[in-house]
Design a binder for this molecule. Structure first.
Ligand code: ADP
Length: 157
């Protein structure tokens, strides 16, 4: 059984993330989407909120599991019996960071490989950051995020 880990901040999950996840779920036997405690980013939503919003957005995808973790992604992957990290690529601007991250993870643990997926063009420009900004300014984010996230952001506003 091939298990892939899709790690990220997901602050909050967007349709871009979801598209990468669903394609991953078609390729791998199981995908674990795992919210990481990111040391660099100051997140708007708590880990619990982010996990809750992901769970509400992936209902019905049978081979997707939702989780969170602290510490090194490679250690988490090992614990889950996975050698594959799934990441999404948007514009060229993502590439340098993602390449560095992927090579760091491989240097930490040689057997861990990162698989990159590209979203549908209509989701390519979406980022959690802009979604939050638009929502906080009262804009319509229904095209960018799953329904559960849209509702929750409205409530938070
Ligand atoms: P991180 O803080 O680890 O970068 P993010 O939640 O920002 O976590 O993103 C997780 C992964 O999803 C990253 O690989 C990122 O490039 C990818 N991603 C984010 N938004 C999109 C999108 N709209 N289309 C494709 N991939 C995306």
């Amino acid at each position: 059984m091939t298990i892939a880990i899709y790690p990220g901040s997901f602050d909050p999950i967007t349709k871009g993330h979801l598209d990468v996840l669903m394609t991953g779920a078609q390729i791998f036997d199981k995908v674990i989407i795992a919210v990481s405690h990111n040391l660099e980013k100051h997140c708007f939503f708590s880990i619990e909120e982010r996990v809750m919003l992901i769970k509400a957005s992936v209902k019905g995808i049978s081979n997707v599991e939702v989780d969170s973790f602290e510490g090194l992604t490679v250690e988490y992957a090992k614990k889950k019996g996975s050698k594959i990290l799934l990441r999404g690529l948007r514009a060229v601007s993502d590439f340098e960071y993602e390449m560095q991250l992927s090579q760091t993870n491989s240097a930490l643990s040689e057997e861990i490989k990162t698989v990159f997926l590209i979203t549908k063009p209509e989701y390519n420009f979406i980022s959690s950051g802009t979604v939050k900004d638009v929502a906080m300014l009262g804009g319509d984010i229904s095209e960018f995020v799953p329904k559960a996230v849209e509702k929750y952001l409205k409530k938070r506003r």
